[in-house]
Design a protein around this ligand. Structure first.
Ligand SMILES: [Zn+2]
Length: 418
């Protein structure tokens, strides 16, 4: 009888712990995607603030650093927009992030131009760049891509854009969703990506753009561990990138709630759980920087590992974890059948998620360089929910964490039975 009572108390405690986790995940995601973190990028100390917050979360949850401290510093080259980003068409001031994006490789530039609009379906009408400039020194090339459907025409237009942007500014006008990114170089002149309907031939375009190519921007991977009780030299690793795109000027902030405050928060909840429930192996948690700039932080770790890569039993990278209402996708799942078998069997038995899908290896997140180095590594992202991506609409309010409890159970099951 007493045994049964003890078991009952224990199991209700477990339920309590797991039930609390969702508010923990929400709290972490809200903080990481708050305006204070400035899009966890390259303006206003946003990235460093996020790194400090993650380290203090590890500490609060009782995790130890892997080496001397929680931070693994590295430098990266990155083009940043710390000041003015202003574009006017005639008298209308456009909204940065909403009406247009500055191509991430754009340089600083001020100027007043006249629009020369060319139909994307008639690219042959465009003169060569030198002639274009000769004919009109204060003209800006506007590629009207709204009516273009064929992929090879788009490709040709992109080549023209690249060619022209070393000679004059270019505007790419289309009805495609705006999605920003990060560049580690500058082109000759700015390129603006714009949604349709703003520019007619001969319209006046004024721009004031401030960009700064930072040669050695300092970033940190943030790393912690829970020491294994039996096999401390064998590692199970969870990772998630905490960097996002930062700010495009002083107004447009890319808060990156789903990408990837969500994944970091799920990782932190796992860190907290394993600090309370140590495993036979050492559990390692890595929040990577530089992912959006081309997997720079995870590549740095693989090149300068603070644990023996060969001793990693499995690495699970989490990115875009805000929903899961349509299930999860496992990138590199095809190459890791054991992972798929464990996840799918448990999911089928428990009826957690509508789908546990798999894809082949792809260089689309921080698992990539580990897998290339021979580490069993998968990248899991959640399906369904908001379609905001790399835009100013990827905000905390869109995160439902609807399937978080089931995803959490699947992830702990995977790491404990792999
Ligand atoms: Zn991401």
């Amino acid at each position: 009888m007493r045994k049964i009572l003890v078991l009952l108390v224990l199991s209700s405690l477990c339920v309590l712990v797991k039930a609390q986790d969702i508010s923990y995940v929400r709290e972490k995601a809200a903080m990481l995607s708050s305006a204070d973190m400035k899009g966890r990028g390259y303006v206003g100390n946003g990235l460093a603030q996020a790194a400090a917050y993650i380290a203090s979360s590890y500490k609060e949850a009782g995790l130890n650093p892997l080496g001397e401290g929680y931070f693994q510093p590295f430098t990266q080259q990155v083009n940043v927009f710390p000041g003015a980003v202003e574009v006017k068409v005639e008298d209308m001031v456009l909204m940065p992030g909403k009406d247009y994006l500055v191509d991430p490789a754009s340089p600083s530039h001020q100027g007043l131009y006249r629009a020369k609009v060319y139909d994307g379906n008639n690219l042959r009408a465009i003169p060569n760049p030198m002639l274009f400039k000769e004919q009109c020194a204060d003209c800006i090339l506007v590629l009207d891509m709204n009516a273009v459907e064929e992929e090879d025409i788009k490709e040709r237009a992109r080549q023209i854009k690249e060619m022209f942007s070393s000679i004059v500014p270019v505007i790419w006008m289309s009805d495609e969703k705006l999605a920003w990114s990060v560049a580690d170089e500058q082109r000759g002149f700015p390129v603006l990506e714009m949604n349709n309907g703003y520019i007619v031939d001969n319209a006046f375009i004024a721009m004031d753009i401030e960009a700064d190519l930072r040669k050695d921007f300092l970033a940190d991977n943030v790393i912690a561990k829970v020491e294994g009780t039996q096999y401390p030299d064998s590692f199970m690793v969870f990772t998630a990138h905490y960097d996002h795109l930062g700010m495009m000027g002083e107004e447009a902030t890319f808060l990156g709630a789903n990408d990837n405050a969500s994944g970091v928060s799920v990782m932190l909840s796992l860190a907290k759980y394993y600090a309370e429930n140590p495993q036979p192996c050492t559990m390692v948690f890595i929040a990577f920087a530089g992912e959006e700039a081309g997997l720079v932080g995870s590549k740095y770790f693989v090149d300068h590992p603070s644990i023996d890569l060969k001793a990693i039993r499995l690495l699970v990278n989490l990115d875009l974890m805000g929903s899961g209402v349509e299930g999860i996708m496992v990138v590199n799942g095809k190459e890791n059948p054991k992972v798929m078998k464990i996840l799918q069997k448990e999911n089928d038995t428990q009826g957690y998620l509508p789908k546990v899908g798999q894809r082949s290896q792809s260089a689309n997140s921080d698992h990539y360089y580990f897998a290339e180095a021979g580490v069993p590594a998968v990248f899991i992202y959640a399906l369904g929910g908001s379609s905001a991506y790399h835009d100013i609409f990827d905000v905390y309010e869109n995160l439902t964490f609807e399937e978080y409890p089931d995803i959490f159970r699947l992830l702990t099951h995977l790491s404990e039975s792999y």
